[in-house]
Ligand binder design. Structure first.
Ligand code: TRP
Length: 75
């Protein structure tokens, strides 16, 4: 049974600039980047924490929405 069984939390990233990067980091002993998604201004990514992804790094000006609230990377 995978650790999250596809029930991981969702989050939303909205790019406020061109070239925002959403970087997924691997779950487990080995923490490394496994996917980088580049968003341009106004683009929205809806994603989930999964058995492969335990952390996400956002680079650039963006709005991040999670169950904890909304935050801006440039605050
Ligand atoms: N294949 C990845 C996974 O299932 C896709 C993915 C899910 C992802 N959430 C992400 C990639 C967040 C980057 C950031 O885990």
């Amino acid at each position: 049974m995978p650790i999250l069984n596809n029930q991981g939390d969702f989050f939303i990233i909205k790019a406020k600039d061109n070239g925002v990067h959403v970087i997924g980091l691997t779950r487990g002993n080995d923490t490394r980047f496994h996917h980088t998604e580049k968003l341009d201004k106004g683009e929205v990514m809806i994603a989930q924490f999964t058995e492969h992804t335990s952390a996400v790094k956002v680079r650039g000006k963006a709005t991040i929405m999670t169950k904890f609230g909304v935050m801006e990377t440039d605050d």
